[in-house]
Design a protein around this ligand. Structure first.
Ligand code: FAD
Length: 206
């Protein structure tokens, strides 16, 4: 399986946090006091207000809305992912000795039939090589250098809506590497299911 993406327990921004973000925008634009306009903001009104903020380019308001995902991808994709600096990551360490299986590698879906089998044979060789250096008595820090970039890693990603918009713009389009794009599209789908896509609907997803 390629990229896997799921919400964490508190990963979906609450309706209250959407209203709070809109209220933050209103603090900047309304003449009346926060305590006066705040109680009357419905989710629908917050949504329309935030869409207006996006149209006006008042994007910093979106930093008040935070998403969190559990992600499982290859080291190739995680290397690309962490270049997105405006997010927080906690990633599984490969410094711990583990019994590796085929599930610890991300196999490209583009491979068919015999080529897939040949690819899997290569992975088995990588596992054997990794084990060989451990058996020789070397530390995992040494042995793990033999693992290929397709080795799977799990991570937690926390990202605000403004930065996520930038991420989708760069990674959910055709020019991006197929795996990080797969990850971006899966995140996009999860957000769509929660009816929060209004925060991203102006960004072309191809
Ligand atoms: C198709 C594609 C190909 C790529 N190829 C390469 C490559 O060959 N080599 C390579 O090194 N990278 C490559 N990248 C990575 C790319 O250059 C970015 O590092 C990555 O996409 C993260 O984008 P970002 O900096 O906008 O995101 P973030 O780091 O999340 O930053 C978000 C935004 O914050 C602002 N920002 C953040 N930090 C600074 C800062 N220090 N100064 C000013 N503004 C800042 C910018 O507006 C930025 O857009 C590629 C990316 C894509 C999508």
């Amino acid at each position: 399986m390629m990229a896997q993406v799921e919400w964490t327990k508190s990963g979906i921004p609450s309706k209250e946090s959407i209203i709070d973000a809109a209220a933050a925008g209103m603090v900047s634009r309304h003449d009346d006091e926060y305590k006066e306009f705040m109680p009357d903001i419905s989710f629908e009104r917050a949504k329309e207000f935030l869409k207006k903020m996006i149209r006006l380019g008042h994007d910093s308001v979106l930093e008040h809305i935070v998403f969190q995902f559990w992600v499982s991808i290859s080291r190739v994709a995680s290397h690309q992912l962490v270049r997105h600096r405006i997010a927080s990551y906690t990633q599984k360490s490969h410094r711990k000795e583990r019994k590796l299986t085929l599930d610890d590698f991300v196999i490209p879906e583009q491979l068919d039939g015999k080529d897939r089998e040949e690819w899997i044979d290569d992975i088995k060789k990588y596992i054997k090589t990794y084990e060989k250096w451990l058996e020789k008595g070397y530390a995992v820090d040494i042995a793990r250098r033999k693992l290929p970039q397709e080795t799977r890693t799990d991570l937690i990603m926390t990202i605000n809506a403004r930065s996520l918009r930038n991420f989708f713009r760069l990674r959910a389009e055709h020019v991006a590497d197929f795996e990080i794009r797969d990850m971006a599209l899966k995140m996009h789908m999860l957000i769509e299911k929660e009816n929060l896509i209004f925060l991203f609907e102006d960004i072309p997803i191809e």
